[in-house]
Write a protein that binds this ligand. Structure first.
Ligand code: WTA
Length: 640
């Protein structure tokens, strides 16, 4: 099947007249290229240096290091001056009853008030502030208010449990938490304040909790510690001048080992990259209404709901709810109502709405759309086709954007006015991005087509700078397996045209509904209760979530529990340790796990079983107890 070639439309930011030239500039003289890109921001002091980095140990990454700016002033103040009445944010509530436009003038007023409140709580430049909130406008105010005063925010997604929240608070040693009395998603209440109270039992370092009353629910307050937020619009808080390399935020993400890592992003490079990629990849023009459905708790929410769009003075939609509530036509109706022209979402949402049936498309025309984006996981052909034919009605270019929390912004993607559409391929690297595929020995593969480990050879301004408080772990995780390259942890294929196809993680990280979860984290959580001795967690193909979570668990020797009880215990402990987003999709209670004689679990075998591909298991003679494989297959098959 062929898809329309790009229309040679010179009104696209990136078009046939400038593409090649920019590509050449970016690779021939990256410092000059990125310095010229940095001009899109307002600097207090414009940098003279581009990049100063090495992927050799000790790894060090700096961009625009002698520049001074304030991220909030760039996202808010300058637009409040230049386009005061333009809508910055359109907020849509969960119930679908309220649509609130917030102009750049109002945004400045609200962010300023929130910054004042943080100052009153004693928050200073460099302090860490945890934000644990629903998708209400105040979450953007809180992020920007931190940026305004130079505090480092760390947003924790509302779907994480008190236990996860306290782990993050401890890791970054936060002294203030901003939360809401409750969150509402899909009509369900999320007890955010109660979760904070529970988390804080283990984190005495938190001095103050700022509570936004976003519903009428009354919540208990701890005297001296907790304060309701009442905006004071009278005091002006000037934006703090920040060095380009001063930290902007920490965002926790799962890896293949240990507890989640605090990915640290800094100010000047991150904002330049988020803003540039947002404008050029989505071709965001003056009058566009742009909507990215991500929650601010994830990197996509940071870069492409808040920082990128606002830095560009765009209109960004913020949605409190979920795609299928109250009905699976919710997103499409919002698109019509707000005349959304650019829409960015995840394959998991596309698949679940596709499964709901095409009758849900009859209540909307979606005529305002011109560009569609996809992010978070590989998009399967069927979902891509539906997105293209049904949602976009063949009038929209699709940008399948590959990137990570660590990369700060999109690295590989088609550009609307340039690349041919190829369902399932993220196609080509963005300007100044140099990917390579390595074989298992670390050699670059330069044949076409080919497949290998996806690495990036040179730095870009949006790259993470370190793992907060653990630079060694940063080097170990990303620069050790393949020295002198940034290793993404993903595998990819490159076709004969040189287009990239991301095949998924090659490490022990699962991608469940576009959310990253480490198998090790889930295993640790599942064994907190002594009823369970050991577990092994693997992913398996799931028609909606992309990947589902499968747990193989061994019960204690004299366990008084039935298998059903054990499964309930596992579900409960995972939900309390990590959160509902890590709930397993399948659990099997088994007598043993496939281990080598040295005790290492052979996950490869479990992955084959999870997929039902028993024939691919191969030789099991090196296992300490080869018969265990047959037993596991039996348990697995019996429960199907
Ligand atoms: C996966 C989300 C295929 C990938 C921005 C990556 C993708 C992980 C794509 C990062 C895509 C993201 N096609 N896979 N277009 N985009 N991924 O940190 O495995 O939450 O490593 O960042 O999502 O997830 P993260």
């Amino acid at each position: 099947m062929s898809y329309p070639k790009p229309i040679d439309d010179q009104s696209y930011f990136i078009n046939s007249s400038n593409y090649q030239n920019l590509l050449t500039q970016a690779s021939k003289n990256p410092d000059a290229f990125w310095l010229s890109m940095a001009k899109r921001l307002n600097w207090i002091q414009f940098p003279t240096r581009g990049g100063n980095w090495t992927f050799d140990k000790p790894v060090s990454i700096k961009w625009f290091e002698d520049g001074v700016l304030n991220v909030c002033a760039n996202c808010v103040d300058r637009h409040a001056l230049e386009t005061p009445d333009k809508t910055a944010i359109i907020w849509v509530n969960d119930a679908g009853t309220t649509t609130t436009p917030i102009s750049y003038t109002q945004l400045l007023k609200e962010v300023n008030a929130m910054a004042g409140a943080l100052k009153n709580l004693g928050v200073q430049k460099g302090d860490r502030v945890i934000i644990y909130m629903p998708m209400i406008p105040e979450i953007a105010y809180a992020m920007l208010a931190c940026a305004r005063i130079g505090a480092i925010h760390s947003v924790v997604f509302g779907g994480f449990s008190p236990e996860s929240l306290s782990g993050r608070i401890q890791d970054c040693n936060a002294k203030v938490v901003i939360t809401a009395n409750e969150g509402v998603r899909g009509g369900k209440s999320i007890p955010l304040k109660a979760n904070v109270d529970q988390a804080l039992l283990q984190t005495p370092q938190v001095e103050k909790v700022l509570v936004i009353n976003s519903t009428s629910l009354n919540v208990p307050m701890v005297a001296g510690r907790d304060r309701f937020y009442t905006p004071d619009h009278t005091k002006i808080v000037a934006p703090e001048p920040m060095n380009a390399e001063d930290p902007l935020f920490i965002l926790y993400t799962s890896g293949s080992t240990g507890k989640p890592k605090g990915v640290l992003h800094t100010s000047g490079g991150y904002l330049t990259y988020a803003s540039l990629t947002h404008q050029w990849i989505f071709d965001v023009q003056q009058d566009d209404i742009y909507w990215c459905t991500a929650d601010a708790g994830w990197i996509t929410g940071h870069s492409y709901v808040v920082y990128g769009p606002l830095a560009n003075g765009a209109t960004t939609v913020m949605f409190e709810g979920i795609p299928n509530y109250p009905n699976p036509d919710r997103l499409w109706k919002i698109i019509d109502e707000l005349k959304v022209s650019i829409f960015y979402t995840a394959p998991t949402a596309i698949r679940s709405l596709m499964q709901a049936g095409d009758e849900w498309l009859e209540t909307s025309s979606r005529k305002s759309l011109r560009i569609l984006g996809s992010v978070g996981e590989p998009i399967n052909q069927e979902a891509w086709e539906w997105y293209f034919h049904q949602i976009g009605q063949e009038n929209c270019r699709i940008v399948d954007t590959w990137w990570q929390t660590e990369t700060g912004g999109i690295l590989i993607t088609p550009l609307a006015g340039i690349h041919n559409l190829k369902p399932g391929s993220a196609t080509q690297p963005f300007f100044g991005i140099h990917p390579a595929l390595l074989d298992e020995h670390g050699y670059e593969i330069d044949t076409y087509p080919c497949e290998g480990n996806l690495v990036i050879k040179t730095s870009w301004p949006g790259q993470m700078r370190t793992v907060y408080g653990d630079h060694r772990r940063f080097e170990e995780t990303y620069f050790s397996q393949f020295p002198e390259y940034y290793f993404s942890g993903d595998g990819a294929r490159r076709d004969a045209d040189g287009d990239y196809w991301i095949t998924g993680r090659v490490d022990d990280v699962l991608n469940v509904s576009g959310h990253r979860l480490g198998t090790a984290e889930i295993e640790t959580a599942a064994t907190i209760d002594h009823a369970i001795v050991e577990t092994a967690v693997v992913g398996f193909p799931h028609s909606i979530k992309g990947e589902g979570i499968m747990v193989f668990a061994i019960a204690g020797a004299h366990s008084p529990h039935s298998d059903e009880e054990l499964k309930a215990i596992i579900k409960r402990t995972i939900r309390t340790q990590i959160g509902p987003i890590a709930s397993p999709d399948a659990i099997y209670i088994v007598k043993g796990l496939p281990k080598t004689r040295s005790g290492k679990i052979m996950r490869r075998i479990l992955r084959c079983i999870a997929k039902g591909e028993f024939e691919k298991i191969g030789d099991v003679s090196t296992l300490a107890d080869p018969s265990i494989v047959e037993h596991i297959i039996e348990v697995f098959s019996a429960k199907k």
